[in-house]
Design a protein around this ligand. Structure first.
Ligand SMILES: [Fe+2]
Length: 295
């Protein structure tokens, strides 16, 4: 197995290993898992991808999420990100599928709005547009390490609120349905996720983050915006131009990502599996003290 750096200080391509090798072989899984902890974003090229194969690979890393209400693929382990409608044609730009892609174009980490957040997301390219549609990644671990020690300490002892409705409202009122909002009440998490393997801290931030515990709403929002801007500054990100057969997995504890736009008339079909974080991934250290959670 070869590990080749692809991004500025994070991100690596894994060569000489297939998804099936990871699913079937303990030693290969261990090597890939170690690379995941170290590099945060892993790229596998030239994979023969099936839903079953993607799920078997994903399952190695922990329990797969069941897709929430209101998403394509609900009730299964797959999230379908597509602009292809039931009739096989690309949907118009004001269609809910297209609007949801706009929400994915905000910097975020997956599932921070859920009661169990995600360790990793695995995304495979099935149909890719000829232009655009890249996925861009930022390391919130490197962003955290760029902060001064006093700010690091303050953030490590701070807690922020995450809500699905917050990120959707930025795109359009009503994009999140009542059913979704009822299923996804706000969640409060520590602002720094420390990796239990290498003990490096990372900012835990997303487009879903709307308030910081103990701060005035406006001041909290301003800090969230400033931290996000610094974490995603130009020159610090890795933008992936998809090729057929590419699979990327990322560490939702230590990165943010966003989709990039593409021409509305070009089809794009991607399949995501998502693995929930567990105690072994540092989840318990992310929970706020009982007093905060109750507020
Ligand atoms: Fe995402």
């Amino acid at each position: 197995m070869d590990i080749i750096q692809i991004g500025p200080g994070f991100g690596a391509e894994i060569r000489g290993v297939t998804l099936a090798d990871v699913a079937n072989d303990d030693a290969t899984y261990k090597a890939v898992r170690a690379a995941f902890e170290e590099h945060s974003v892993l790229l596998f090229r030239g994979q023969e991808i099936s839903g079953e194969g993607q799920l078997a690979f994903s399952h190695r890393f922990g329990p797969p999420e069941v897709t929430k209400v209101g998403s394509l693929g609900t009730g299964t382990h797959f999230v379908i990100l597509t602009t292809i409608g039931d009739d096989g044609k690309v949907v118009p730009e004001d269609h809910r599928f297209a609007m949801r892609n706009k929400a994915n174009q905000l910097w975020h980490t997956d599932s921070s709005f859920k009661s169990v957040p995600a360790l990793t997301s695995i995304l495979s390219a099935r149909t890719i547009p000829d232009h655009g549609g890249e996925t861009e990644f930022a390391s919130t671990r490197l962003a955290f390490e760029r902060l001064d020690p006093a700010t690091q300490k303050k953030l490590e002892n701070s807690f922020a609120w995450h809500h699905y409705g917050h990120s959707r409202k930025k795109i359009a009122d009503g994009l999140a349905t009542r059913e979704e909002l009822d299923a996804l009440p706000p969640q409060c998490w520590r602002m720094v996720w420390r990796n239990p393997v290498n003990h490096r801290g990372a900012l835990y931030l997303a487009s879903h983050t709307y308030a910081i515990e103990g701060m005035e709403p406006a001041a909290g929002e301003k800090l969230i915006e400033e931290l996000t801007a610094a974490a995603t500054a130009s020159g610090t990100t890795y933008e992936h131009k998809w090729k057929s057969g590419d699979v990327i997995m990322w560490d939702n504890r230590a990165t943010m990502h966003r989709g990039r736009p593409w021409p509305g008339n070009e089809a794009r079909y991607m399949v995501r599996t998502t693995i929930s974080a567990t105690a072994a991934d540092g989840l318990e250290s992310m929970r706020p003290p009982a007093r905060v959670a109750a507020e």
